[in-house]
Each structure stands twice: as structure tokens, then as C-alpha cells.
Design a protein around this ligand. Structure first.
Ligand code: ZN
Ligand code: ZN
Ligand code: FE
Length: 760
């Protein structure tokens, strides 16, 4: 019996080889019908023997092209029209607008094979791509996504490329960046002043210069990298010096997994992450001894590693035979990454000796994404290239919200229907240079997603750039969202939770409703509102932001709070090494409350403990002391916690750190190791939050716990707390798709604002 079915598919189904896939599947099964792009995705009709149509429907969602993502698939019956062929109908302009744009995709295996096949017409062509791979998000100017609206518009296809592009049976059918030696972009090697160096082999030349210790700026997918041979200590140190980056680890690109295994611990899960089409930087435990220069990632246990993701990267490794290249963002300290050739020369000429550039414009900045595997899941630390603009799928329809995020590691979020679109990593808005990027990212995302927001959500901190920007927008509803409430809501949204939860929000800084600096918070929260159920007892932050860069200040502040002037007599190295005059000035600030805000920050508590344990008195990048304190733990077996006590505070509790500092000081006086101190401290945190969750379960009848905030990038703390809470009968929810840190804040802001708006 002949049947005809109509199938509507929504999701990422355009620009990812979906139509040729359906075409081939239908033809293989001898089915007639058609496929076309629609506003929401694609519409398919298939006609033929009932059994074959059944097979088609079964196989369709199972054998998707690698980049396709189906969010909904509906089937209905149609009348047969007895037409024998299967046709791909042209899409109407504007019809593709509501479909989702694909993120940038790493070079696929088929293209990689062609790249190194001397018989292939694209042999060693640095811009080879197909429908399954290549640039997407970073070359889109406007939608619908097709060539004239990308930066490939200036490269008319040669007849051979055009034939591939038009042939539904070809891997390059409608591959918008399709190109070859005859018609596509070209690479060039420039000197530090931007003069082109005459050579037929710019990539080989660049590799040779890297090999002799030079720093080369390499144009990638979402911006420039600064590259240097990662096994060459002098080159790496030179790059640090020029970039004015003291201790923050560099990521390294490694040609393949066997090479990587020489210097990192690797399991199957991490292998999958490294090989995924997103090609993120994955943090992996270092092996020792290592051929990688210590200066790449000093004083920490992990290396950030990734595999080549553009053909140009593959060629660089093929020609240079490197074990690893440092590939760090092409910028000075925390500025936005450079994307334009001339801009790169202007901004990076003091940093790079050479520039490996090309003439395919990058229209959107996108830094490399950074992830880690823990608890059997991927954890986003920086969600950017390869993931953006894949939406977070929500459990309900939301109004159109623009959430502008926080101050550091900023991202913005736009919602529409059941989709929350987080922007690429925008960076630290303390930087003037980032302000323009912030505004551009908003403008671009609104345009390509066709979202005109009804509501703007922002952080309560009056001095954040994003807050000031939000408040300056006129004629639109604006909703302020407390920082830690946004963190917990972000975790809830990603896990599709409804109702009230116990939220444990731990981070460095977030503006509290009392005007103090919060950061060690237990909330009872739903999307609409929250109640502050517990927090660390307040302590002064001497010098405000200066205390973030100088953990010793927090240690002094804690000691002074708990021991008064007597702390001077404590028999510990930390006190003996204090500069008396500076410390006295500091104490005066604390006593008078001058430029010394009160904080309940967990990050600052980490800082104090790290400073006391002798790990770090000053930091050169955010959370450095906490990261090194975790690393100092090593593999000891000590399992006794420091005592953290709870005292009633209104309807909730205060976490009193005094008994902990007393015990910690005795450990120090006895000469106990930093490793032991770190371990007892971590266990203390786990114990106290399990205790608090239990108290709140008894009081409020809640058994679901959400963990959020930058402190949960601490693997030991997160895994330990999850295990203990689960053992105590809680259902525990953590972040995976969006960062636990401030990079995930905008998602929480968006959903809180949407709910409050709807309530009105
Ligand atoms: Zn490909
Ligand atoms: Zn061509
Ligand atoms: Fe935060």
C-alpha cells in the first residue's frame, strides 16, 4: 500500500547538510516526495510503500548529519500525489529566518583526508570545508544564512565549486563557505609591520619561524591566536612578557591524541570532548616529566589542550612537526581578541614577530571554548566558539528577554520561545575595549536571531558596566536580578526545574540586597524570588578590589576579626612575615571600615586560607589562589574537617569561621603541610553545606539542591559535595551546558526577569 507523510522538523537543520541527507535517504528507500526549508526548520513529504515510509521515519532521526540537531519532529498523513521523483525545493528568501544558525565546526575527517591527498584538487588548501564542517557563526553578517550574507560574498565560486554547491548528491551541496585554490581565500605571511613576505608557502614559512622560536599571530576561526612552540621555554617566556601575562596558563594546541598522551592523562570521555566538532580547550591533568615548558601553565595540575580545528592549523602542524603550540588569544591581557588583519597588526605588532593572515573576514569574535570533564559530564568554563549560538533548550516558552550578564567573564543572553541563546564569551567589562564588543554582540545576536527584546535583565551592582548600559536603555521594561539568585536560576533553567530549591551559590563577588559583597550563600529560591537562608559571617575586604589581587589582605582581615590584636602573637610564618607598617595601615582601614566592604564571599575565604598556608600572597589572575589551593591538596588521605559552626541568624544561619581559623592556625603552628590544610578546608566546606541542606530540608521540606557560582569550578568541592548530598538523600543539580561561573549568569537573569514580568 502506498502512503504519503508530511514531516515537520525543527532545530539546527539548515546549513548542516540536512536536505541532501534526506534526499539520499529517500532515494535509497525508493521514496518520492520533496523537502524544503521553512521558517522553523524543514518540511519533508515522502511517498511510497508503507513499509519503506516506516523505515524512512525510523531512520530519519537516527542517522542525522553530524551537525544537525532536531528539537521537534511531527508527522501527519497526506494524500498521495503519485509523482515519482524526490525533489529539493528552493527556499524562499526570509523563509529560513527562524531556523537556528549552526556554530563554527572543526574540519571533518573527509575534508582532512582530501587536504592531505596529493591527488585531490584541494590538496593543502587551507580553507577546505563542506556541509559538515567549516566556519558558520563567525562569518554570518545577516540571515538567512547563505553566501551573499557571509564574508564569503566576495569570493564568487569557480564553475567546479559551483557544480558541487548545486549537486544534492555532493558533500558540498549548499556549503556556503565552499571554495578552492581557484576561487577562494588565500593565506599570506606578514612581518611585524604588516608587510607581505613573498613566498609560495606562507604556512610552511610560518611553521619554520615558529620552529626557530618566533611568536606568530595566526588568524583562526573566531579571531587571532598568538602562537609559539610550547616546548621552547624561552619562546613561551617571551610571549608571557610581551602579553603582560604573568601566571595565567596558556592553552596549547596538539597535533593528535597520541602526541597528547605523552604529557596529559586522558580517558575516553575527554577523548570524545577533544575530538568533538566544537573542538574546545579541554583541561586535563599533566603528566610528569613533560616536554612542555613549565612556563605554559605554572603551579597548576592541569594543562588546557585542544586539537587543530581549521585546515590551516593542520597544515601548520604538518609542516612544523611540533609536539605542541601555545595558542593563546591574540590580545593584550583581557582585551577582546583581534579579528581583522589590519587591526591585528595595529594591536599585536609588539606581541608578534609575524602574522599568518588570510582574506576571509571574521565578522564575529569568538574565543576558544574551555571545558573540563568531571562527574562524567562536560563542564563549561568558557562557552564560546563551537557552542555559540546553539541555544539552551528551556522547558517552557519565555517572553523575549535580553539579559546583559555581570561584569567579569561577561556573556549576554537572548530568549525566544523555548530557546535561550547565550552569546560568545565577551570578557571582562572592566576593560574599555570590551565595551564596544559587548554592544556589538547584543546588536548582532538580536539581528541574526531576529529577537526584539521586551525586557532587559541586569545585575543589581550599580557600578557594573552592563548595569549602567541596561539602565540607559529607554522605553523598555527593565528588571534587576540579584547575582546569586541569577546563578541558582541559571542552574535550575539548564536542568528544567520548577518550584523551590535549596541553592548553594559560591563565588568571589556578587552585589547583595544589603549592599554588601555576597559570595557564600545558601538560598531558598524559585525563579520569581529567593530567601537568603545562610551565608558566611561578614568580614572586611581591606582595600576593596585590592583584596582580590592580594590574598594576604584577606588572611589579615580574618585573623584580626577572630583574634583581635592578639593575632600578632600567633606563632605562624604568615604573621612573622607580615610587613608591620603596611599591615597596620590595613588594620586601620578595617577598623574604620574605610574602603573595606563587608563580604560573605567564599572566594575570599579561599584566598585567606591560601595565603595562610603559604601558597600565594598575591595573584596575577582571577581565582589563582583558590586554584592553587585546590592543586596543593595532592592525593593525601586525611579526612577530618575543620570545624565551621552555624549560629542562628534571623530565620536562617550564619556560618562562623572562627573555630576553623583557630584549628587552622594550630595546624600551621605544628608545621602541618599546605596539602593537609587544603584538604581539611575543602572537607569543612563540604560538611557545612551538607549540614545546612539537611537543616533546610527539615525546615522547608525541600530535597532538591542546585550548585552554582564560579567556586564550583573546583572539582574536588563540586564532586565531594554532590556525592555527600546524594548520599544524604538529596537530588543534586549542577551545571553542564553553561558555565557555573559568571559566564552562565545571563541565563539565570533572563529567566528570573521573564517570570517576574509574567507575574505582573
Ligand atoms: Zn568537511
Ligand atoms: Zn573553486
Ligand atoms: Fe558570580
Amino acid at each position: 500500500m502506498e502512503v504519503r507523510k508530511g514531516i515537520e522538523v525543527a532545530g539546527i537543520v539548515q546549513g548542516v547538510g540536512f536536505r541532501p541527507y534526506v534526499y539520499r535517504l529517500a532515494r535509497e528507500l525508493g521514496l518520492a516526495g520533496l523537502i524544503s526549508n521553512t521558517a522553523a526548520g524543514v518540511a519533508i513529504e515522502v511517498e511510497g510503500p508503507a513499509a519503506s515510509v516506516e523505515t524512512f521515519l525510523r531512520r530519519l532521526p537516527r542517522e542525522l548529519p553530524p551537525l544537525a540537531r532536531v528539537t521537534s519532529l511531527t508527522v501527519r498523513d497526506l494524500a498521495c500525489d503519485h509523482n515519482a521523483e524526490f525533489r529539493i525545493l528552493p527556499s524562499r528568501l526570509g523563509a529560513e529566518s527562524r531556523a537556528l544558525i549552526s556554530p563554527d565546526v572543526a574540519l571533518c575527517d573527509d575534508c582532512l583526508r582530501e587536504l592531505f591527498d596529493p591527488a585531490d584538487r584541494r590538496y593543502r588548501y587551507p580553507f577546505i570545508n563542506c556541509t559538515n564542517c567549516g566556519p558558520r557563526f563567525t562569518i554570518v553578517r545577516e540571515i538567512p544564512y547563505d553566501r551573499p550574507r557571509t564574508s564569503m560574498a566576495v569570493f564568487p565560486m569557480c564553475p567546479t565549486c559551483q557544480r558541487e554547491y548545486d549537486d544534492p548528491g555532493n558533500r558540498r551541496f549548499h556549503a556556503q563557505p565552499n571554495a578552492c585554490w581557484d576561487c577562494g581565500p588565500r593565506a599570506e605571511l606578514w612581518d611585524a609591520e604588516g608587510n607581505c613576505i613573498e613566498t609560495a608557502e606562507p604556512i610552511t614559512e610560518a611553521a619554520a619561524r615558529l620552529g626557530s622560536g618566533a611568536v606568530v599571530a595566526v588568524k583562526g576561526l573566531g579571531g587571532f591566536h598568538l602562537a609559539a612552540d610550547a616546548t621552547n621555554t624561552a619562546a613561551v617566556e617571551e610571549l608571557r612578557e610581551r602579553k603582560r601575562r604573568v601566571g595565567k596558563p596558556f592553552a596549547i594546541m596538539v597535533p593528535d591524541l597520541p602526541t597528547l598522551e605523552q604529557f596529559c592523562e586522558l580517558d575516553d570521555f575527554a577523548r570524545g570532548l577533544l575530538l568533538g566538532p566544537e573542538r574546545p580547550i579541554v583541561l586535563l591533568p599533566k603528566k610528569r616529566p613533560s616536554p612542555i615548558a613549565e612556563a605554559v601553565a605554572p603551579d597548576i595540575r592541569e594543562l588546557g589542550v585542544f586539537l587543530p580545528y581549521t585546515p590551516l592549523h593542520h597544515l601548520l602542524f604538518a609542516d612544523g612537526k611540533f609536539l605542541a603550540l601555545v595558542m593563546t588569544s591574540g590580545n593584550l591581557s583581557e582585551e577582546p581578541i583581534a579579528i581583522d588583519n589590519l587591526e591585528a597588526v595595529a594591536r599585536l605588532s609588539a606581541l608578534a614577530d609575524f602574522f599568518l593572515v588570510h582574506n576571509r573576514d571574521i565578522l564575529r569574535r569568538a574565543d576558544d571554548s574551555v571545558v573540563r570533564a568531571s562527574g562524567g559530564r562536560v563542564r563549561q568554563l568558557r562557552r564560546s566558539r563551537g557552542y555559540v549560538p546553539v541555544p539552551v533548550f528551556l522547558s517552557e516558552e519565555l517572553p523575549r528577554v535580553l539579559a546583559v550578564g555581570g561584569e567579569l567573564k561577561n556573556t549576554i543572553c537572548l530568549t525566544k520561545g523555548r530557546h535561550a541563546f547565550l552569546s560568545q564569551h565577551i570578557g571582562d567589562l572592566e576593560n574599555l575595549e570590551s565595551h564596544r564588543f559587548f554592544a556589538e554582540a547584543i546588536e548582532h545576536l538580536e539581528r541574526v536571531l531576529e529577537i526584539e527584546p521586551q525586557i532587559i535583565a541586569y545585575d543589581l551592582h550599580p557600578d557594573y558596566f552592563s548595569t549602567r548600559w541596561a539602565l540607559a536603555q529607554k522605553g523598555i521594561e527593565r528588571v534587576g536580578v540579584q547575582h546569586h539568585h541569577a546563578h541558582i536560576a541559571s542552574c535550575m533553567a539548564e536542568n528544567h526545574l520548577e518550584g523551590k530549591v535549596i541553592g548553594i551559590a559560591l563565588d568571589g563577588t556578587g552585589y547583595g540586597t544589603d549592599g554588601n559583597v555576597w559570595g557564600g550563600e545558601v538560598l531558598l529560591a524559585d525563579y520569581e524570588s529567593f530567601e537568603r537562608a545562610a551565608h558566611f559571617g561578614y568580614v572586611r575586604m581591606p582595600g576593596g578590589a585590592a583584596a582580590i589581587y592580594e590574598p594576604w589582605r584577606m588572611a589579615v582581615s580574618y585573623l584580626f576579626q577572630h583574634f583581635g590584636e592578639d593575632f600578632w602573637d600567633l606563632p605562624i610564618a604568615f604573621v612573622k612575615q607580615l610587613e608591620r607598617r603596611r599591615t597596620k595601615t590595613l588594620l586601620k582601614m578595617v577598623e574604620r571600615g574605610v574602603n573595606s566592604p563587608l563580604t560573605s564571599s567564599c572566594g575570599r575565604l579561599f584566598d585567606a586560607v591560601a595565603a595562610l598556608a603559604g601558597i600565594r600572597q598575591k595573584v596575577t589572575y582571577e581565582a589563582q589562589a583558590a586554584i592553587e589551593l585546590e592543586a596543593a591538596m595532592g592525593g593525601g588521605s586525611e579526612n577530618s574537617a575543620y570545624p565551621l559552626e552555624l549560629s542562628p541568624d534571623g530565620a536562617g544561619w550564619l556560618i562562623d569561621t572562627k573555630p576553623m581559623f583557630a584549628a587552622l592556625v594550630s595546624d600551621l603552628a605544628r608545621g602541618e603541610s599546605a596539602s593537609l590544610i587544603s584538604r581539611r578546608f575543602h572537607i569543612a566546606l563540604i560538611e557545612v553545606f551538607v549540614h545546612l541542606a539537611t537543616l533546610l530540608r527539615d525546615r522547608a521540606g525541600l530535597a532538591r539542591v542546585c550548585l552554582s557560582g564560579g567556586t564550583f569550578q573546583n572539582v574536588y568541592l563540586q564532586e565531594g559535595l554532590v556525592a555527600r548530598l546524594v548520599a544524604a538523600g538529596f537530588e543534586v543539580f549542577t551545571h553542564s551546558e553553561v558555565p557555573a561561573g559568571d559566564g552562565g549568569l545571563s541565563l539565570g537573569q533572563a529567566i528570573v526577569a521573564a517570570r517576574r514580568f509574567r507575574q505582573k
